[in-house]
Write a protein that binds this ligand. Structure first.
Ligand code: YSA
Length: 350
């Protein structure tokens, strides 16, 4: 085959290059085309590099023609590349388009734990009765957990509390009740005092349908001149009326706590069996909600209050038990059991 002249070579490259560029359907193909013809080892580049090997009389024409071809193909590539890039963008926009008219996907919403909800509700009820909500430490000294509550170290009542001790210098415990906050609050406040103290408490205790080793209490304390047992009964009766409704029965019976005189236990009739007797109320028809009483003069004296001038009442309610009686939960262990099926029943609709 006869060798082509420089002009023929240029025409041949132009023809193939333009046809191939026309046929490039994607950006990738256009980029490969540019490498093939205009890249550092592309056909046009190699042609221009080979000019020195041509006979001298052909060089000027071949040089001009080659450079013109390079510019022409470069411009053609810019156009085609822009066309394909814009088509590519259109396609991606169409593919990724969001249909804003579609209904949204529902999100899993969290909800407050039923015990937290009960604490909030109790705080509101007691706020309307003039009580302020305060919080105290869960890791507590034996001084506040026992001594300030008229339970000295040799007192037999100290054994009752199934205490979990913390391995720290001094006698440090996980508080067994919220009552240590009584002394902490009174030490910081002049009477009158009216506080409620919700929070976790811990006891080394066997678990059953109405007992956990970690549970919540809500302590109440009111100290002023002329506070009587009638104030205590009226306050707890009003709380029960607001929580459970007027038809539920409540009961006060004598009980002993070293930090009250006299002391009572406070119960409501069992919601699970309507007072007939079941495993939760242990057949009695009543479930104890808390202990209460008139603050012992020794407790008032220990914080510098004069028991001849001031008197007060206090109570400690079991929060899980209040939820059980209100919502018909028959096993207290469910509250810390982490079963979402149980917890979801309490989630309010958003
Ligand atoms: C008594 C007199 C006062 O002036 C002030 C407070 C008190 C209450 C006292 N500090 C106390 O802790 N009494 S208690 O041991 O009887 O517990 C109070 C309530 O906590 C119980 O009535 C019960 O509702 C709940 N409770 C007790 N042990 C529990 C429990 N709830 C779940 N699991 C346990 N293991």
């Amino acid at each position: 085959m006869a060798t082509m002249t420089a002009q023929e070579t240029i025409d041949d490259i132009r023809q193939r290059a333009l046809a191939q560029l026309d046929a490039a359907a994607t950006l990738d193909e256009a980029i490969a085309w540019e490498r093939e013809f205009l890249g550092s080892r592309g056909e046009v580049t190699l042609f221009l590099r080979g000019l020195s090997a041509l006979p001298p009389e052909e060089r000027p024409v071949a040089g001009r023609g080659g450079n013109a071809l390079k510019q022409e193909l470069g411009a053609a590539w810019e156009r085609r590349h822009a066309e394909l890039a814009s088509a590519d963008l259109e396609r991606r926009l169409a593919d990724d388009a969001v249909d804003v008219t579609l209904p949204g996907r529902p999100t899993d919403l969290g909800a407050a734990h039923p015990v937290s909800e009960m604490i909030d509700e109790l705080s509101e009820i007691f706020a309307l009765l003039g009580f302020q909500t305060v919080f105290g430490p869960e890791v507590e000294t034996a001084h506040y957990n026992f001594d300030q509550l008229n339970i000295p170290s040799e007192h037999p009542a100290r054994d009752v509390w199934d205490t979990i001790h913390v391995d720290l210098p001094g006698e440090i415990v996980l508080r067994t009740h919220t009552s240590p906050m009584q002394a902490r609050v009174m030490e910081q406040t002049e009477p009158p005092v009216r506080v409620v103290v919700p929070g976790r408490v811990y006891r080394y205790e066997a678990q059953d349908a109405s007992h956990e080793w970690m549970f919540h209490q809500l302590e109440g304390l009111a100290v002023d001149r002329n506070i009587t047992m009638a104030d205590l009964k009226g306050t707890l009766a009003e709380m029960a009326r607001q929580l459970f409704g007027a038809e539920r029965r409540i009961r006060f019976r004598c009980d002993f706590f070293p930090f009250v005189e006299p002391g009572v236990d406070f119960a409501v009739d069992c919601a699970l069996c309507s007072g007939k007797g079941c495993r939760v109320c242990k057949g009695s028809g009543w479930l104890e909600m808390g202990g209460a009483g008139m603050v012992h003069p020794n407790v008032l004296r220990a914080v510098g209050y004069d028991p001849e001038v001031y008197s007060g009442f206090a109570f400690g309610l079991g929060v899980e038990r209040l939820v059980m009686m209100r919502s018909g939960v028959d096993d207290l262990r469910a509250f810390a059991g982490n079963d979402l099926r149980f917890l979801r029943q309490f989630a309010r609709a958003a």
